[in-house]
Design a protein around this ligand. Sequence first.
Ligand code: PRP
Length: 180
Amino acid sequence: MGELPSDIKRVLIAPEEIQKRVQELADQISKDYRGKRLYMVGILKGAFIFMADLTRALSIPHVVDFMALSSYGKTTESGAVRILMDLREPIEDQHVLIVEDIVDTGHTLSYLHRVLKGRSPASLRTCALVRKIRAQTDVPLDYLGFDIPDVWVVGYGLDFADRFRTLPYVAELKPEAYTR
Ligand code: PRP
């Protein structure tokens, strides 16, 4: 894998592990939704790489759409979330799958699930590449790549101050990087 960037402590999930798991998730999703058209909702910015790989590994018809959300609740209990960019189409009677890069506190997924459920989709499920062990959500995670420890992770879409998103692996950031 060569030398790691100096702010990276260690690789948590290698590129080959990610690709293998993404294919497994895509196979499971394709099986579960056989005969249906899937409306995939990627959450920007973090999910753009996972979404690109996951959708290309699907073998069923699907629509790709995105939402952008911002959250203020990472370090507070409030967990307030705001929609910055909404879907292009109504999702009434569509089979909707939310695609997240990470479930961290769980606030974003809980909020989004509530909002999209209110738009009367035919079905609504959730998919995330990684979930932190501290995550608390009332929403079931239907498809999950990996459980990870409660550390700052970057790569494969995940960032620190918009850096490291395009690393091919998921890695732990050195605490010095975000405390200095
Ligand atoms: C990240 C991630 C999820 C959210 C999860 O987005 O992409 O959407 O946090 O966190 P939660 O479970 O604590 O709600 P972020 O706000 O960092 O924005 P970005 O994807 O644009 O980097």
